[in-house]
Every structure is written in structure tokens, then in C-alpha cells.
Design a protein around this ligand. Structure first.
Ligand SMILES: C[S@@+](CC[C@H](N)C(=O)[O-])C[C@H]1O[C@@H](n2cnc3c(N)ncnc32)[C@H](O)[C@@H]1O
Ligand SMILES: Nc1nc2[nH]cc(C(=O)O)c2c(=O)[nH]1
Ligand code: SF4
Ligand SMILES: [Mg+2]
Length: 209
């Protein structure tokens, strides 16, 4: 990478783009809503069950001009989901400023492991034990989407729920490979603790990206 490209990436004027696609938001509060997804490369959190491990190495994903990402996105949808990888590894200011200038609703999917940057209409925080969220992300999270892989994750979910704001919507989402085992546990837990809601990865049932 040239010094010039590195400089543009540092400023958020270029971003490592893994893929972009128009689909239906499968998870959480906005499930069922058409949205254009921008998936950025780079993540060092290391969830062993991560369903996009190909995103982890940022060097495999070409630095792409932010303005070109925005120009492409606006052709498809006025709802944009920025995901990754971990998008908050990068400065999200330029991307979100430009998307908002085009009048788009801008959502993020994040582990919160890095400081918040950018201006967001919706923040989905999915905290991970391996690298806990920064305080600024807990403060602005609109939904908390905890992943339930085993029984210990119910306790972790409650600890995380204690850290978000009072209006944050609380979800438990089964880890995909453990769905058969954990869905009955989640159903039972949510019926006993109705401040929680269930989130499923519905795009995987619909066979869409
Ligand atoms: C791939 S991550 C990318 C964004 C960010 N790194 C994060 O973890 O929030 C997008 C969402 O998918 C969830 N996820 C990843 N792998 C999953 C799996 N195997 N089962 C269920 N949810 C999963 C994450 O917890 C997160 O909510
Ligand atoms: N359809 C669909 N909905 C999603 N919601 C969050 C996703 C993500 O990977 O961040 C995702 C995804 O990969 N596809
Ligand atoms: S934080 Fe997100 S992208 Fe990173 S490993 Fe975990 S699920 Fe995958
Ligand atoms: Mg996904």
C-alpha cells in the first residue's frame, strides 16, 4: 500500500471494502427491511464461531474510495447497513457524513470493541467477551444483540444489558451452529425474562445474503 493510500484510509476517505449487496436485513429490530449492506474488511476480535472469517484480514480487501462506495449505495436503497469485519476499526466520519448528505438512513453492526466514530441513525451493538465494548458505544446503542452459543452466554448477556441505556432494545440471537440446541433454551429464558426478545438470522432461512 502506498503512503498516499494509507493516509486516505487513516482519514476514512478510503476503506477496505470486502463486499456490498442489496438484501433484507435479517436480524434484530429492522429484520425484514430491505437494505444495502457495506461490508468492510478487518477484525481482530476473533470470535471462534464468526460467520465471516474471510473479513478478518483487512489486507485482503481493496482500499476503496469512500465517495465511490456512497455513489454505488445510493443506487440501491435509502437504508444502509455498515458491517464487517469490525467497521469501528476505521474512521466512519467521512462515510456516514456522505451517506447522510444523500439523505440515507445509516445503520451499523458492531462489536463496539473500538471507539465510536461516525453519525448513526441506528446502532446495533453485539458485544463479545474477547474484546468488550467501549463506553461510548454502550451509551448510544439502540439495540443490544447478544449471541447465545452456550448457557454461560445468558449471564454475559445480562451483564451487557446492565451497561446499555434504558431504551436500548434487548435481543438474544442463537449462534447459528448451535441453533437447534440453544433455541429452546432462549425461548424458555425470554418467557421467564420478557425484557428480552428473540432475534434469528432470518436471511439464512430465506437463503439470501
Ligand atoms: C459478522 S458480525 C460483523 C459486525 C461486528 N463485527 C459484530 O460482531 O457485531 C455481524 C453480526 O453477526 C453476528 N454473528 C456472527 N457470526 C454469527 C453466528 N455464527 N451466529 C449468529 N450470529 C453471528 C455478530 O454477533 C453480529 O451481530
Ligand atoms: N441479510 C443479512 N442481514 C444481516 N444483518 C446483519 C448482518 C451482518 O453480517 O452484519 C447480516 C447479513 O450478513 N445479511
Ligand atoms: S467481532 Fe464480528 S466480525 Fe469480528 S470475529 Fe466477532 S462476529 Fe466476526
Ligand atoms: Mg452476517
Amino acid at each position: 500500500m502506498t503512503e498516499e493510500v494509507k493516509d486516505l484510509v487513516n482519514k476514512g476517505e478510503m476503506l477496505p471494502l470486502m463486499e456490498e449487496f442489496y438484501t433484507i436485513q435479517g436480524e434484530g429490530f429492522h429484520k425484514g427491511t430491505a437494505a444495502y449492506f457495506i461490508r468492510l474488511g478487518g477484525c481482530d476480535v476473533g470470535c471462534h464461531w464468526c460467520d465471516v472469517k474471510e473479513s478478518w484480514n483487512a489486507e485482503l480487501h481493496p482500499p476503496t474510495l469512500t465517495k465511490d462506495i456512497v455513489a454505488q449505495a445510493k443506487k440501491y436503497s435509502d437504508t444502509i447497513v455498515v458491517t464487517g469485519g469490525e467497521p469501528l476499526m476505521w474512521d466512519m466520519t467521512a462515510l456516514t457524513t456522505q451517506l447522510k448528505a444523500e439523505g440515507m438512513q445509516v445503520h451499523i453492526e458492531t462489536s463496539g470493541a473500538y471507539e465510536l466514530s461516525g453519525t448513526w441513525d441506528w446502532v446495533c451493538l453485539s458485544p463479545k467477551k474477547l474484546k468488550l465494548p467501549t463506553q461510548g458505544v454502550y451509551d448510544v446503542a439502540n439495540e443490544l444483540k447478544t449471541i447465545i452459543y452456550n448457557k454461560d452466554d445468558f449471564k454475559f448477556a445480562e451483564e451487557q444489558a446492565a451497561r446499555v441505556g434504558k431504551d436500548c432494545i434487548l435481543y438474544m440471537q442463537p449462534e447459528w451452529s448451535k441453533s437447534d440446541k440453544m433455541i429452546p433454551e432462549i425461548v424458555d429464558y425470554v418467557m421467564k425474562n420478557p425484557k428480552w426478545k428473540v432475534s434469528l438470522q432470518t436471511h439464512k432461512y430465506l437463503n439470501i445474503p
